[in-house]
Design a protein around this ligand. Structure first.
Ligand code: EPU
Length: 343
């Protein structure tokens, strides 16, 4: 397909890591800001919603497809600006996140090394505010350039306006904002953050964790052990968010489950481990419905076997949420977004 060209009824399961679901009514690809502007104009002209697609690593495409314009974000430019004490790393939103991590690690600059090994694009990382091993995308975010798909208005969004919180942002809440570029502020010198249990164990085993490249290697190896990359099997990483509870509610729950891992968010809220609940309270490791199952090594992850339909993934997720509610009274939220529906 030529860039800028509009294609119709294009199956997009293969452009997602779950690998399920139907076709996009219209499909376009953007390599430049101008391509994004053209797609916005096309969607406006046809009064259709526009859905930006990165690496497709956090989306569930419904079997009925997408009644709008799916825009594959392929803006691939990378710029480095040395500001003396720090570096500004600016990339197009189509750059794979792993490439962003490698760019920083190769230069020995700090800030995103703990986020190595996460599938997705720079755009997806911003929308989701990806996080792992004690770090979050928001920690280094400087600004994002965006175009509003309903008005065509261009806007630079700073850290305050981005409203990042656990696995969410302004970009997730307001899906008319199409990000074209993201700038990250990275440090030339820092002490690596290796307080997270898995990294602490790696350090205790004598694995070097001083340089960004060393942390990147260690994190990738930890993730490779935990997250499936099976041939013919799809996943979108954690399918659910860890629940964040008011402290009083947490205190009540902890009486029933004293071993449950928990992390204070602030004075008022506590994040609890859903993987632990699914494993130790509900015994749901490997639980399956149809061709969808909870991954044996990490039950927060849903795996879709070859030939699975989106409806099977959806039914499994709904059943898991029901069981968690019955056992604990907690309404869990999905991290994976159903394309075409918004938060
Ligand atoms: N656990 C179990 N049984 C299991 C798996 C885990 O009891 O089968 C327990 C672990 O022992 C640990 C706790 O659950 O005490 C948490 O597990 P883990 O460290 O794997 O982290 P997580 O909370 O399940 C989150 C992120 C991941 C990220 C990891 C590592 C969310 C929704 N998920 O998972 O992010 O990689 O921490 O920092 O916050 C993603 O978002 O797609 C993702 C993979």
């Amino acid at each position: 397909m030529r860039v800028g060209q509009v294609s119709e009824n294009i199956p997009i399961a293969s452009l997602t890591t779950l690998g399920v679901g139907g076709a996009a009514r219209f499909f376009m690809e953007a390599r430049t800001d101008k391509d994004v502007e053209d797609a916005v104009a096309f969607a406006q002209h046809h009064t259709l919603p526009l859905f930006p697609l990165g690496e497709g690593s956090n989306i569930l495409v419904p079997d009925t497809g997408i009644k709008g314009v799916v825009l594959k974000m392929s803006l691939q430019d990378v710029q480095i600006k040395d500001d003396g004490d720090s570096i500004l790393l600016i990339t197009g939103t189509g750059v794979p996140w792993e490439k962003v991590v490698d760019e920083a690690a190769a230069r020995g600059i700090f800030g995103i090394e703990n986020l190595a090994g996460i599938p997705g694009s720079m755009g997806g990382a911003a929308v989701q505010n990806i996080g792992a091993y004690g770090a979050e995308f928001a920690d280094t975010f400087e600004y994002a350039d965006s175009i509003d798909s309903t008005t065509g208005i261009e806007r630079r969004i700073n850290r305050v306006d981005a409203s990042f919180a656990y696995r969410t942002s302004i970009f997730k809440k307001n899906r008319t904002l199409i990000i074209t570029h993201v700038a990250l502020r990275l440090a030339k010198q820092a002490i690596p953050n290796i307080a997270y249990a898995d990294l602490e164990s790696a350090r205790a085993e004598g694995i070097p964790l001083t340089l960004p490249i060393e942390v990147v290697r260690a994190v990738r190896s930890i993730r490779a052990r935990k997250f499936p990359r099976g041939v013919g099997e799809g996943t979108a990483g954690s399918f659910f968010k860890n629940p964040v509870l008011p402290r009083a509610r947490f205190d009540e729950l902890a009486k029933h489950f004293p071993d449950m891992p928990a992390f204070s968010q602030n004075e008022d809220t506590v994040k609890i481990s859903l993987a632990w609940l699914l494993d130790h309270v509900l015994s749901l490791r490997g639980f399956s419905l149809g061709r969808a199952r909870l991954y044996e090594k990490q039950p927060l992850v849903i795996v879709a076997s070859a030939g699975a339909r989106a409806a099977e993934v959806d039914a499994l997720a709904t059943e898991v949420a029901r069981r968690v509610f019955v056992a604990t009274g907690i309404c869990i939220e999905r991290e994976v977004e159903t394309f075409g529906l918004h938060e």
